[in-house]
Design a protein around this ligand. Structure first.
Ligand code: GLV
Length: 452
């Protein structure tokens, strides 16, 4: 848990361990964290998780924009008692930070989502489950409950072209105890991602990161329907047989426990919500690729528009948070529709090269709707406590952390993911106090100076 004056207690823990000759597994600065995680991860994992769109200019812009704001401390203000505690949608959080949804996490560490869930529950901050997760949401919720009953969790939705799936995912999110529903708006198609393209690597094509789908009965209905249609029109695609295709098939089977039995995968069975699916070898080998193809065809809806978002209110009573808002006019429209929260985000620089930085967009969005009854969150390029401080001072209510927790996960599973975010919170607490503040709620732009 994140104690009062967390920075001091974390420093004490680390330095006390140092007295015994132990140094932290998860480095305290982002540059070293990134270096060590890269050394640990496969090329495919690194390409997918660290990679950005195009030439990486949006990622650079995210950094530059944060660096263009300097913290201007005030002194002699008694900062001996500090608190990071905050509230979002009726839940008290130990800090204004969330674990961002990151797809295909098992590339970095087996059963990634379960470990990340435990890490978030230990820290008392929410985990936004990815729609492209590597474990069914119910199992992750159970793992979080085991750490702390009521541990806060949200669900992130990609709006599929098939509403049966959208409805089912929303129902499941409500049932597993999501406190908010986040809809990602900026990924109706995947951006141009050279790191993945150069390796010819799309994790989802190997059934990495599609567990929310393969654990969903509606999804399998859609797969079965498509298989029936293909059979009746005789449209079954002829596949080229190659070593690569066989490896991909094995990966698909390994990543779909409900199809297991073909191989001894060594993976434990997971709760999939599927019953009585065991079938003959031939059927299983065709169902896996059919499921992957179905996913690729329906996972996201390029035609998504504001009417779809307006219709969400009839689909759920959960607070709705729109992720991927960058333009102040879109923020205004969201507020007019009564949306509960927005996440200012350029998807970690993964979608459009040369896009506005999330920090520059935050300033515009706060100026446009900061006075309204809407929570404003941000992500994309927030790697340190100082970065989080700046976002809060610019008017964000909370910050979502992505790559740092994935790198911690790669280094040391649940403990690593927790430590990576704990380091950020510790630095946030110290930055808060050292700049003359005792509560994150006190922060405003007077704590910063914009550098030309
Ligand atoms: C979405 O899942 C992504 O790959 O960014």
């Amino acid at each position: 848990m994140v104690s009062v004056n967390f920075g001091r207690s974390r420093q004490n823990d680390v330095y006390t361990a140092g007295v015994h000759g132990r140094t932290p597994t998860v480095p305290a600065d982002f540059a070293e964290l990134e270096r060590r995680a890269r050394a640990k991860m496969s090329r495919r994992a690194w390409a997918y998780i660290a990679g950005g769109a195009g030439e990486g200019r949006t990622m650079t812009a995210n950094r530059r924009a944060l660096d263009s704001w300097a913290i201007v401390p005030r002194v002699l203000r008694d900062v001996s008692e500090r608190s990071l505690q905050t509230e979002l949608f009726g839940q008290t959080l130990s800090a204004p930070v969330l674990f961002a949804p990151v797809g295909a996490g098992a590339l970095a560490y087996p059963d990634a989502d379960v470990h990340i869930g435990r890490a978030a529950a230990e820290l008392g901050v929410p985990y936004i489950f990815s729609n492209q997760g590597c474990a069914p949401m119910e199992g992750v919720a159970d793992a979080m409950e085991a750490v702390k009953p009521g541990a806060p969790r949200w669900f992130q939705l990609y709006w599929s072209t098939d509403d049966r799936l959208v409805d089912s995912l929303i129902r499941r999110a409500e049932t597993m105890g999501a406190a908010a529903l986040t809809v990602t708006l900026d990924t109706t198609m995947l951006g141009w991602r050279p790191q993945d393209l150069n390796l010819g690597s799309l994790p989802f094509a190997r059934a990495e990161g599609i567990d929310q789908y393969t654990s969903d009965p509606s999804f399998w209905e859609i797969v079965a329907e498509r298989m029936r249609d293909a059979a009746s029109t005789g449209e079954t695609a002829k596949q080229e047989v190659s070593l690569g295709a066989i490896k991909t098939l094995l990966s698909i089977v390994r990543n779909m426990p409900e199809l297991s039995g073909i191989l001894s995968t060594g993976r434990k069975g997971r709760s999939t919500g599927l019953k009585g699916r065991s079938s003959g070898l031939k059927e299983r080998v065709t169902k896996g690729p059919a499921a992957v193809q179905t996913f690729l065809d329906i996972y996201s809806r390029p035609s998504l528009d504001w009417d779809d978002i307006a219709s969400l209110r009839e689909k759920t009573t959960l607070p709705i948070v729109l992720k991927g808002i960058l333009h102040p006019d879109d923020a205004r429209t969201a507020v007019e529709l009564g949306i509960d929260g927005i996440i200012v985000s350029n998807h970690g620089g993964r979608q459009i090269d040369g896009e506005i930085s999330s920090t520059d967009a935050l300033v515009d969005v706060v100026d446009a709707v900061g006075e309204e009854d809407v929570k404003i969150l941000i992500d994309s390029g927030f790697y340190t406590g100082s970065d989080v401080f700046k976002a809060l001072a610019l008017g964000a209510d909370a910050v979502c952390i992505g790559r740092p927790h994935m790198y911690g996960l790669a280094l040391n599973g649940a403990d690593g993911a927790r430590d990576a975010v704990a380091n950020i919170l510790a630095e946030l607490d110290l930055t808060l106090g050292l700049s003359g503040h005792t509560s994150v709620a006190d922060l405003d732009r007077s704590a910063l100076k914009h550098l030309p």
